[in-house]
Design a protein around this ligand. Sequence first.
Ligand code: ZN
Length: 165
Amino acid sequence: MILPILNHPDPRLAKAAPESGGVTSDLQILAADLLETMYAAPGRGLAATQVGREARMFVMDTSDWQDGGRRQPYVCIDPEITEQGSETASEDEGCLSIPGINASVERPETVTLAWTDLSGNRQTEELSGAKARVAQHEIDHLDGKLILDRIDPAERERLEAASAE
Ligand code: ZN
């Protein structure tokens, strides 16, 4: 089922999501809905908080599925960055909850991500490139943070004024 995506400044986007603590059938249904919603948007990542659900879970797919490639979905429950590389990079990021805005965000280029998969198993993977960036963006959502919270206040003001027009 395609779910409505909340738009900034909905206050629910600023709330941190509580740990899920395990996999329930509700979470499995939500995961399928998040993937369907992300692919339909289309987007490369979507967090449960973006559809108003208080679950610590995000989905992402940074493969070339939009150009006809095979889908490679990740469903990450209770995700956590356990290590991050010392090199950072700034890149433009968009967000399905802030349509029409791109902001340059500085983040570590590589991170180690730990998460619980849909079978309830804990997974760990070293991520780089788009995967590392999207995973960090989605974990920010689960902490109630948006890309607007990651840029300097003057730039934020400029972008918000532009999007309000
Ligand atoms: Zn986002």
